[in-house]
Write a protein that binds this ligand. Sequence first.
Ligand code: ZN
Length: 231
Amino acid sequence: MHTRALVLFSGGQDSATCLAWALERYAHVETVGFDYGQRHRVELQCRTAFLQRLKSRCPQWAPRLGEDHLLDLSLLGQLSDTALTAERTIAYQQNGLPNTFVPGRNLLFFTFAAALAYRRGTSVLVGGMCETDYSGYPDCRDDTLKALQVALGLGLDTRLVIETPLMWIDKAATWRLAQQLGGPALVEMIREETHSCYMGDHATPHAWGYGCGACPACELRARGWAAYAAG
Ligand code: ZN
């Protein structure tokens, strides 16, 4: 019986929804974030703000919410030269992937999360990866993560489960899931305190939250919110 979960929490809409999902299911939930030299520190600031607000606004979950871990993966910034870690314009590369892709990022995130989970006596890893609004990141694919679950379980000689509750739902359904899990309080918190914008804008307000409104991440978030609000 799995009672402890570790959520890969970036400070974005998807991982915030996954955190609420985990808090509904597991008796003890910890969070992990990665500092990999992100261009925009606002993402890491949103993590802390969201966790603090979650404890006060959703008291039913506060006793289950355990430690937050921030791992230094600055190595990843050295290995990649992408629009997320360097001053580059977001564009599609010749191989069809957006240049926001940090090669192998999720493989490394899950491997480090698994090592941490092992040390913390935790057998479930939760991530917000999704194939539905698929932006071409091969390490978000269900098959990649299922293979990784097997590899990590074997390599650590333990039963390890990777849960991805958003894998087959779209962004509108992700808002609906937040509504089901935590009601208007959670939706409002995710709208205000989570960050998606690739340009690091967390000051310009929109119905769907803060962002530049023009980058691919903002467009995806705006479309999802519009469909949710209309629904
Ligand atoms: Zn944006």
